[in-house]
Write a protein that binds this ligand. Structure first.
Ligand code: BES
Ligand code: MN
Ligand code: ZN
Length: 499
């Protein structure tokens, strides 16, 4: 899909389809109003029939209105004007894109981003309009034997503007939106791949391919044997239960100021989580192919940043392993020594994410990081606490937590902070080792965060538990691509070279 800015008046524009917004009150956005005036009130006449409620997601095609150069007009509902939100802005763009994809038009000129969203700049609207369209048109049909592609795919999305003011910054915003869409779609592709395709070595190959596409990304892979020699006993205790070799995948993108400390992103990449010897029940176990969505989001953010040629220093570490109950698997009660030297009693082999992450977080120290953020589908308890709306955020630094909260709010890729108070730490006490890997039923997401916090004392750190936000279940089952937007925007905003 191509996205570009087109400076034109809607009524005289030549396009296969003009896309304009309408509020639930039947008030028109400026472009809809201009079209209505040019065609002698025909749009208002249609609205007066009352069939089109203009709630968010409603769409209505109108054809060959007198006085317009374009043959189609797509009316898109924006809902109540006063409560227009980031989410609704994105939903209305998604609805428009999907309606167009079903039809015959291969190109559209949209003014939908004009929607009256409080406190949002034109650049913001352009960027997130593009990202929303990209998100809506995403498909994953690699494993379908019959061609399910749309007959006449939408190829060009023009964002209309009636003035030239700020043109350059809007064009840059459109590019950022397209890069975000690319990164998000890569994260969704990786997440949606089944466990028999997306193994740790598949992820390593994907990293190498990314490095070939974007020459500034340097890729290296540490395999299970090297991890063992290094002393990453917690990491290896997970991967040795599978015939697939575990891998620590490193992607370095140092395109920022020379010598500026990098932001390090650490992704949980359990390519399938059976639970190991503490085997999971069968229901919905297929969804544990999504247990690498943390690492998928790290890939996506890396790709988006590289596509933008962002002037930032970022290092991505992907902790890739399969959690299986093979002959070499860890048993409840086993004690392992982590890369940090601390020992862990593995009371439940299903709490494997923190085991691969703790060694990767220790490994991150060698980059002398400005900050480290880990992203993980870490605990079912996070879904119980927060549902599927925000990702869980924990941090040892209030400033970093605040920055992530703000960017989450601004972008719609929201987070909610949970406390990492010392009071919870004693739930990890073990009679036999320095700590155990589970903290009991209470505050399961927080005790998982507390476990990780014991490996991150030497730097500024945040942990994102994306168990509830990384994928959808049910009829819409599939990876969401979250939190690629949050990570990309965070790195852009707080780690870009100041020129
Ligand atoms: N990958 C799971 C967490 C998960 C479960 C995410 C369901 C999304 C949906 C993780 O490895 C896990 O199994 N966690 C356990 C921890 C427990 C054993 C302390 C959990 O949440 O049950
Ligand atoms: Mn598990
Ligand atoms: Zn897991």
């Amino acid at each position: 899909m191509q996205y570009s800015l087109k400076v034109t008046q809607p009524e005289s524009a030549r396009s296969q389809c003009l896309v304009v917004g309408v509020y639930a009150s039947k008030a028109l956005t400026p472009a809809a109003d201009a079209l209505n005036n040019a065609c002698g009130g025909a749009i208002k006449k249609v609205l007066r029939q009352g069939d089109f409620a203009a709630t968010v997601g409603d769409t209505l095609f109108l054809y060959e209105l007198d006085g317009l150069t374009s043959k189609r007009v797509l009316l898109v509902g924006l809902g109540d004007k006063k409560s227009l939100s980031v989410a609704r802005f994105q939903q209305s763009h998604a609805a428009a894109a999907k309606a167009l994809q079903k039809g015959n038009a291969t190109e559209a000129l949209s003014f939908l981003h004009e929607a009256d969203l409080k406190d949002k700049s034109e650049s913001w609207k352009a960027q997130y309009a593009v990202a929303a369209v990209g998100h809506a048109l995403y498909r994953f049909d690699e494993h379908k034997s019959k061609d399910t592609a749309p007959k006449k795919p939408l190829e060009k999305w023009h964002l209309g503007s009636t003035h030239r003011r700020g043109q350059k910054s809007i064009e840059e915003a459109i590019k950022r939106g397209a890069a975000l869409a690319e990164g998000t779609s890569m994260a969704r592709d990786l997440g949606n791949q089944p466990g028999n395709t997306a193994t740790p070595s598949y992820l390593a190959d994907q990293a190498k391919a990314l490095g070939r596409k974007h020459r500034k990304i340097k890729v290296s892979v540490i395999d299970e044997k090297e991890l063992e020699e290094m002393g990453a006993g917690a990491f290896v205790s997970v991967s040795k239960g599978s015939t697939e070799s575990g891998k620590l995948i490193v992607m370095e993108y140092m395109n920022g100021k020379k010598g500026q400390k990098p932001a390090v992103l650490v992704g949980k990449g359990i390519t399938f989580d059976t639970g190991g010897i503490s085997l999971k029940p069968g229901a919905a176990m297929d969804e544990m192919k999504f247990d690498m969505c943390g690492s998928a989001s790290v890939f996506g953010a890396m790709k988006a940043l590289a596509a933008m040629n962002a002037p930032v220093n970022v290092v991505c570490l992907v902790a890739a392993a399969e959690n299986m109950p093979d002959g070499g698997a860890s048993k409840p009660g086993d004690i392992v020594t982590t890369l940090s030297g601390q020992t862990v009693e593995i009371l439940n082999t299903d709490a494997e994410g923190r085991l691969v992450l703790c060694d990767t977080l220790t490994y991150a120290e060698r980059y002398n990081p400005a900050v480290v953020i880990d992203i993980a589908t870490l605990t079912g308890a996070c879904i119980i606490a927060l549902g599927k709306v925000p990702s869980g955020l924990m941090s040892n630094n209030d400033k970093l937590a605040g920055q992530l909260e703000n960017i989450g709010q601004d972008s719609g890729d929201r987070v909610w902070r949970l406390p990492l108070w010392d009071d919870y730490q004693s739930q990890l006490n073990s009679n036999f080792a320095d700590m155990q890997n589970i903290g009991g039923r209470e505050a399961g997401s927080i005790t998982a965060g507390c476990f990780l916090s014991r490996f991150t004392e030497n730097y500024t750190w945040a942990h994102l538990d994306i168990a509830g936000t990384a994928w959808n279940s049910g009829a819409q089952k599939g990876a969401t691509g979250r939190p690629v937007t949050l990570l990309t925007e965070y790195v852009l905003k707080h780690h870009a070279k100041k020129s």
